[in-house]
Design a protein around this ligand. Structure first.
Ligand SMILES: CC(C)(COP(=O)(O)OP(=O)(O)OC[C@H]1O[C@@H](n2cnc3c(N)ncnc32)[C@H](O)[C@@H]1OP(=O)(O)O)[C@@H](O)C(=O)NCCC(=O)NCCS
Length: 181
């Protein structure tokens, strides 16, 4: 099972590989990206290569999750501008989405465009070459006050719930289709 490449109007969403580390390490060194994750260190190049190799495997070490990570390549500049992730839990068929866009590329609608494409692919089962199971729930965990991330979530159709994860992040979820509609 491998992550499928995706394409939007302006972006190529490339399944992550260790080789992307060289192009992403400077973007991820920017501490502004960690305003809501102050405890998260900027990765070194070696750390990032190791991390991306692990993510490229597509499955968690315990086999309980499918990991899909796409590096966003802006076709107009050929530059890597961020990434979007979908982590699909096999036990309950829930997909958790996350997004990061480099400071130089923010405010252009890239997160919204890429996250929307990933959401559509996950719902259609086209995020991987051979889907393991249908995804029945889509959610994102967003730290209090992370307004740009809340706007991305809302733009792709997620709504805030009253639930929080153990880190205090609010769960946003895609409403289930109304069966009476
Ligand atoms: C969250 C993030 C990915 C948004 O990326 P982006 O490409 O700039 O987002 P978009 O351009 O698609 O904008 C999406 C929405 O956020 C709004 N937005 C963007 N930057 C904003 C800011 N600094 N303050 C308030 N709103 C902002 C946009 O106006 C847009 O809202 P709209 O659709 O209602 O017009 C980016 O800010 C980021 O990487 N932050 C750091 C990492 C992070 O916190 N990730 C979230 C983990 S859950």
């Amino acid at each position: 099972m491998t992550t499928a490449p995706l394409r939007t109007e302006r972006l190529d969403l490339e399944p992550v590989s260790a080789a992307h580390a060289d192009e992403m390490v400077d973007l991820l060194a920017d501490r502004a990206l960690y305003a809501f994750y102050a405890d998260e260190a900027s990765p070194s190049l070696d750390d990032l290569r190791t991390r991306y190799s692990r993510w490229a495997a597509g499955t968690s070490p315990d086999g309980r999750e499918t990991w899909c990570t796409w590096i966003l390549r802006d076709r107009s500049s050929d530059a890597c501008s961020g990434f979007v992730q979908a982590t699909v839990r096999h036990d309950d068929g829930a997909a958790e989405l996350a997004w990061v866009v480099g400071t130089a590329y923010q405010g252009r609608g890239f997160a919204r465009e890429a996250a929307g494409a990933v959401l559509d692919a996950v719902l259609a089962g086209t995020h991987v070459d051979v889907p393991r199971q249908p995804v029945v729930r889509i959610e994102a965990h967003i730290a209090p006050g992370n307004e740009p991330s809340e706007r991305v979530a809302a733009a792709i159709g997620l709504v805030p719930t009253s639930e929080h994860d153990p880190d205090g992040e609010r769960l946003w979820r895609l409403p289930r289709p109304d069966p009476s509609a």
